[in-house]
Design a protein around this ligand. Sequence first.
Ligand SMILES: NC(=O)c1ccc[n+]([C@@H]2O[C@H](COP(=O)([O-])OP(=O)(O)OC[C@H]3O[C@@H](n4cnc5c(N)ncnc54)[C@H](O)[C@@H]3O)[C@@H](O)[C@H]2O)c1
Ligand SMILES: N[C@H](CO)Cc1c[nH]c[nH+]1
Ligand SMILES: [Zn+2]
Length: 793
Amino acid sequence: MGLSFIPLFGANATETIAQKPFVALTGQALVDADELSKQDILSFIKSFNTTFNSISLKINDSTKFTNEDLIELLNNGITALFIIDNNTYASEVGNSINISKERLITSTSLKIIPASQLTAETFYNELLSQLKTDRKDDLYTTLVVDTNERSLGLVYSSKESIKLAIEKSQGVYYSRSRKGIWIKGETSGNRQILKQISIDCDGDALQFVVEQVNDAFCHLNTNTCFGDYQYGLLELQKVLSQRLVDAEVGSYTKRLFNDDELLNAKIKEEAEELTEAQTKDEVAWEAADLFYFAMTKLVSKGVTLKDVETNLKLKHLKVTRRKGDAKEKFLPKKQAETETSKKEIDPSAPIYLNVVKSTDKEGVIKAVTRPIQKTDDIMHLVNPIIENVKNKGDSALIEYTAKFDGVHLTTPVLEAPFPEEYLEGLTEEMKQALDLSIENVRKFHAAQLQLEPLVVETQPGVICSRFPRPIEKVGLYIPGGTAVLPSTALMLGVPAQVAECKEIVFASPPRKSDGRVSPEVVYVAIKCGASKIVLAGGAQAVAAMAYGTESVPKVDKILGPGNQFVTAAKMYVQNDTQALCSIDMPAGPSEVLVVCDEDADDDFVASDLLSQAEHGIDSQVILVGVNISEAKVTQIQEAVNRQALALPRVDIVRQCIAHSTIILCDTYEEAFDMSNRYAPEHLILQINNANDYVKLVDNAGSIFVGSYTPESCGDYSSGTNHTLPTYGYARQYSGANTATFQKFITAQNVTPEGLENIGKAVMCVAKVEGLDGHRNAVKIRMSKLGLLPEGFN
Ligand SMILES: NC(=O)c1ccc[n+]([C@@H]2O[C@H](COP(=O)([O-])OP(=O)(O)OC[C@H]3O[C@@H](n4cnc5c(N)ncnc54)[C@H](O)[C@@H]3O)[C@@H](O)[C@H]2O)c1
Ligand SMILES: N[C@H](CO)Cc1c[nH]c[nH+]1
Ligand SMILES: [Zn+2]
């Protein structure tokens, strides 16, 4: 029931509590708006939230705080507003703030006593005026509970013991057996800090809330006079707090305390399992697991259940609430996935592209927006993978391969020389096809080699040169998620070999059937002199090559295309100075933009669109039609539908086409402007005199000129590289080429004649930069050569 009086805290509230701890024994506080600012009150709440069960605000002056201030105070822990002598103000507050009537006190029987004037004596007198006893011995029945309100036992108090308990803020009672004052713990050491005193509803029993030292209230050394505490959250808290101090090295709890990442991962895992639990038993089981790990986190951060309850109280007291919507990343998968999957796709509907006119600005913007996940969403998934591989090496790599690729490996790396059996199933025809492709790619990339250094004499005697050096160790990512891509292996392996990289490491997700990579990839690895094949994909493979693991060598550059996880991981590691690893480019989901005119062959156009649409649901294909008729659009749509339905990957195609569009333009110039703004990975020109229009292309990964140049030729065998920038990065990146596997070093050789020619300019600019050391390096030489006049400074 509480006490019939309440201390009022004004200026120096904190000091008052420090000097007279007993003022807190009422468990309730009133703060005085006349003496404290809003900030003072907020700090008071912050400091004393666990000390008092309730902190109310006494306010009568309507000009002191605005309604917003009051709402802020109520939202931050003020339990009630005492507006006692100003009815107008009270009703105005009641009308404008959503506060229950129990929290708006307009009259009270509580005696308000300024805390600064409250003495132990007055406290005692007030208490006694409220207390009675019908016992013959004049003692007061006293229930002792701990701060979690668990009863410890039943004792008796005398007037004298109560007075002493208040003065000392300690558990002091009357011992009936010893017939005298009993200061709890005086001999046993099991003292009690008195936290609060209250009186029951009919005023004939006391309750002492105490903090029990040593957790032993009973003379039998048990927690309570009714035995020891058994299970439950408080017990778990106790056990874990003990473990924090004494858990053995190597024990699981110790691991959890020392490894934030593991603990956080377990909390997420258990939270997810709780969301999946269905039956009453399952929910209880999973909730228990979650509480266990949550409690471990509390204990590891020094937070108690009481602190949690205080926060619950604060949340309960809020008068304005958040909407309560979940963060987007936690919403059901449709919201965390790509734009594509948001749309329900009817599997029986014809596979047609959307159509917009170029004049429909909004329609065009929508059409050219790539269906990619937000960077934050993807990074949220990729970051923990990278961190785990970085910290745990092979074991994490093996774990992720089991999780994402369903393959359980004992070692994540295949070392050269690769066993013959890995080539099993490779046909002669396939070898020849790969050989032809390899040779064309080799020819084109070898031709890009700069064999002689570039040498330029910028001034007589000033010889500048530039020459390439191979990047020593390269990691080549070969996608293997929805399709195995040996062509990517050769597109990366061949230029690496041409550039003479010293170590070539392949990485590709292993196939589920036998945990190997395909024989075609192994064949290319042998032809390109790869030293290792990392049997892993996704962000984990990228992380392993960027940081190195026990069996994966750390590389200097990671190259190769991949899905959004791969691309995000590449972007991450290139920005991490700890990795000291560069990347080729953001080469994500394949895309194509085809420009066609009325004379283009419908089947050719459709086939080019579909060849990229089949890569993945996050691919995108765009057709820009220059002045094409409605009939032409229909014919192309029909060709797309017909060809798509005959493809084995029709389901993927259907989803890709759902976010793919035909844009109708009036002129070639407009079409190329559109294309340059989209900056496609592949640009196919199926227009009359296609070659003449190449000069209009500013941004594209690779161009396919004329109706007999399907993009597939570039994907496999013509000789150009198919590792190309996507997402619009063709604005600033080139596709993979020989130079991608090299770096260029510059050199210079300055003769005395050269120094004479440029020395003064160097000194002049160094002077304006205030870098005299630079200037001196030239001056010393020039004066030794006699190139400076006497006294030159
Ligand atoms: N731009 C280019 O030059 C180019 C060239 C070839 C291929 N591509 C593109 O490469 C991509 C290949 O993608 P892919 O998926 O087929 O193969 P991939 O090898 O890039 O990705 C497969 C890996 O993704 C990881 N993964 C899958 N789901 C995951 C999840 N939920 N969380 C974390 N990781 C997960 C797995 O580790 C798996 O091994 C396609 O989009 C294709 O269009 C682009
Ligand atoms: N078109 C892809 C590049 O975006 C490369 C590829 C490999 N195999 C088939 N196609
Ligand atoms: Zn392709």
